[in-house]
Design a protein around this ligand. Sequence first.
Ligand code: AMP
Length: 731
Amino acid sequence: MADPIGLSVKLPFGSPEEFLQKYGVNLTRGGIYLRAKSLKAPGTKIVLDLRLSNGDRLLHAQAEVAWVTGASGTGVTGMGIKFLQPDEASQRFLDSVAATLPHAKSDEPPLPANVGPAEKNPAAVAPVVPASQVEKPLPSQEKGRVVVQSAAPTIAAPAFEAPTEPPKRDGPIIGIDLGTTNSCAAFVKGGKPQVLKSREGYHTVPSILALNARGKLVVGHPAKGQLLTNPRLTVYGAKRLVGRAFESPVVQEIKDRFAYEICPGPEGDAAVRLGDRVYTLQQISALILREVRELAQLQLATPVSRAVITVPAYYNDNQRQAVREAGRLAGLHVERIVNEPTAAALAFGYGRKLSKRILIYDLGGGTFDASVLELNDTIYEVVSTGGDTFLGGLDFDNAIVAYLFEQFTAKTGLKFQGDRVAMQRVLDAAERAKCALSERTEARVHVPFLTMVDGKPLDLDVTLTRTALYDLTRELVARTIKVCGEVLAARNLKASDIDEVILVGGQSRFPLVHEQIEAFFGKKPAHNVHPDEAVALGAALLANSLSNADGIVLIDVLPMTIGVGLPGGRFKPVIPRNTTLPTKRSHVHHTTRDDQPELELTVFQGEGNGALDNEYLGTVKLTGLPKGPKGSVHVELSFEVTSECLLNLTAREETTGREVKVTLTTKDTPATVRQKLGDAAAAPGAPPAPASTKVSAAKLAPVPGPAAAAPPAEAKPKKGFLGWLKGLFGG
Ligand code: AMP
């Protein structure tokens, strides 16, 4: 048998993480794909030596050419090289890659997209020459012959195809929990709600969209598989961005923490650039909803064009509107937008004729909220709500990561200095250990080949006990209990006034949550609601009740105050937070100049004293005002919020009754709004105006219940290391 050929490749990457991030798609546990100008015949034995740009060895293995591409003249010339015997360090590296990258579990070398078919018996390839007769390619010599290619610079992305017709309003209505991390759909069959399975058989679909190397948009599990290898083209956490202006403080604060590119969309909203195209967040959410819709159609074996979609209780009007639009773009008529805690309450109480006061404790991946509801047979009334939009499972993971790095430093004397991919691997391991510790009392956190020191790989290997995890996260759980206390206090309720505590959200499985809840409420949480599925099941029940008119009544409250900006940047509340819906309030404005032809008002939602401390909903323009001396024209602007939290604006000029045209735009940026508020001193004013014009139904976020302590308004993202992590991945 011929001696193996030495193939030594110097990679253009400085660290294993960079290699994985940029080249990981071409690597599996079983092999690697390398582009090469001169090919070796399949079956050729190779001693493969991959080195980083600084000369450190990354992988050393006895290997064999399994197949080649491009030998027959079409496609890219390259070789699929199968590892036969990696050395010990390389094997550990490959095992860790397989544990982190879903595609890398294969024992065969991967065949990348667009390189052509794998050829096992190519007609023309270089003859096999024994290594002893060939000069071994040195890194420098090999340069130019073996080409290690990073992800394609710009992939042509497909255009988003919007439906040409409005969705039909017939057929089944499904319930959809459009989550930050995962989405879940459910449908009521034979009176029982059931969750619809993903194509892969899971009960949830990752809320992730990716542009793959073939220029195709993929959603769910296949997209999640790309998160680590090509984070630049993988969109996650869209729920945090949808319905927000690009210039909004929250987007500006968090945009650099996402690996994908967030840019301004056509309407000034935050949008995402994938390849050569920009997608709005509505389109991204629509693609996730479309996947959910398709799997529903597959399972129900009938077209599906109607849905009830859940949103967080604290979503403002813009965000709710955006979700409705996403539904439309997905070919779904959104029959109802419903708050997540209300849906969870339905899942708990439906058909049980309960008369109880319950608290929904929802601790998910990135957010926490607590809502008190009163259930009276078919009436579900939110009485108080509150939460922390920057407290969730990710904070628990971050606490573990900080601890792991402490241990790493204590053991090695080194400070961890890895990049995004290394950090993601540690986070993954921390999260796995956290979930395991909900069942067990001890878990090993092992991240092989975490970093290279003096050419040697270093592992992270720490055993975490449940007791240690309790100590690390006690304060986080205590914060959730504090919010529960505040939500109760807002309605003068005591913990003992709550009949049942319902746990929702994956992180609520953590035993310390159960313990602290039991200590605070004096009772164990209810066990008959599935934390991951309750929201979708509740949405399905509501969907079913819409078809059957079975009398379910949901009473929500406005989650955040709505008001207008005043000259000097002050905020004048018009409808206070926690007002029971539906509701209508009016606000009268006067002209401030003679013959003023129009009046402009900025509308905000939030609890801040300054207008710009709140979320900007849009600018209302009242035009066609009647002429008259300043102060003589009075326009009454009415804010009407429906039980579904739709905001309707109408304007009426009091003296003449003439029509005033009302338009609500959201194209202003904080800078232009600031300018307007500054100028506004000169503003109000103008001519007669009249009659009422209905403004397009901007929907206003209906949000649950009165009360609560921590304003549900979006808090400012946290700063510092943990804040960075959280912003990067969080909730
Ligand atoms: P959700 O947003 O509801 O899907 O919740 C996701 C969060 O729940 C993530 O932070 C998960 O790590 C966490 N989680 C899921 N299962 C468990 C578990 N068994 N124990 C602790 N946390 C969990």
